[in-house]
Design a binder for this molecule. Sequence first.
Ligand code: UT7
Length: 399
Amino acid sequence: MTAVVSPRSVRLTGWGRYAPAQVLTNADLERIVDTSDEWIVSRTGIRERRVAAAHETSASMGAIAGLRAIRTAGLEPDEIDLILVATLTPDYWMPSTAALVKEAIGNTRAAAFDVAAACSGFVYGYATASAYIGSGLARNVLVVGTELLTRFLDYGDRSTSILFGDGAGAVVLSASDEASSPTGIELTTDPQGAYMIWLPAGGSRSPASADTVARNQHKIRMEGRETYRFATRTLASTGLAAVEKAGWAQADVDLIIPHQANIRIIEAVAKGLDLPLDRFFINVDRYGNTSAASVPIALAEAVNEGRVKPGDKLVFIAFGAGFTSGAVALEWTADPSRGPIGEAAVRPEDVAIRQPVDWDSADPIPPALAEVLARPAPGRMDVSDVAPGDPPHAPRQVG
Ligand code: UT7
């Protein structure tokens, strides 16, 4: 699919993020796998990532980010008529994580479904939301990217376990009576890469069994070099296609919000697009790769840090398992000062996911992670000021 031309004007009106309080540093990972801070920083740019607490899930994090985006947009939850949740780490196979988010944010009327496009999921969700609004099927759409990847990592595999982290971001897209501003959307899928990043068991091809557990087949596997090659080959061309569809030249772009997978990939994209690195928003050092959550978390931080003003030309670009890639070029129209209002309006403890009755699930934290997080960590940074409204820096309690 290559073009989306919206006959009805679509505006991004709300944005929000949520990052769990627990920080896992490269030094922590040195105690789990055979790696070093020096290797991780020089090969990826990652210094630390967040880890969800035992009571948190993709739905709970997504609901906080989503409600913050709704408040930023100045809307009530019931004004949302479609909820799309992009995630590769859903709470359950069924129901959808979107259904759980809908209940948690107090919405009674929206249709809700999940979007499965791995790390490109948020961009795919954005494109879907634009199409719904453009065609008149929806007026206000909540698009959430939320991931709890640390529960799906093999802590015996140093090539994947150092890359990923947890978190959520969201936007609200709304129909507008104002004239349409230029938008360009490009989505690609290349199934040649289907087994370059994958989670082998648990699906219909290989349902969960004692055997699949014994073979460690419920964890993410990745061919890092092939994925890296795909990303550096594809991201610039996908971004450029979206920019051209918006009718811009690439030099017109004010800020690119790239999927935060690896600083070297972002640098390669900057080179491919012939743009300076300061036109890219980068926070991979603090969050690692949060898959579908990475673009909306980065967007919320970019706006709230004053990097975006009305009239700016923005481009979101992402790639991921599938292989998928996607880009959105859009002109910013919202008041950036509303972001902190939305963040402050929603406290994490005010958002809860209803638990099933009489259900006693197992401890969700992988043992290797639980062990390192349980140890004292001298000199750990205080993250309570990173996002107003996030819980205070959690003590190392994971049970
Ligand atoms: O959202 C999409 C998700 N995926 C990605 O974005 C991944 C894209 N790929 C990458 O970012 C990079 O390929 C990695 C960061 C995963 C790996 O970096 P690389 O520069 O491609 O390293 P490599 O796989 O070529 O490995 C180089 C060496 C190997 O050792 P030998 O064979 O040269 O002795 C690895 O065993 O580095 C070793 N290595 C490590 N060493 C220390 C791999 N992982 C680690 C580690 N610590 N964590």
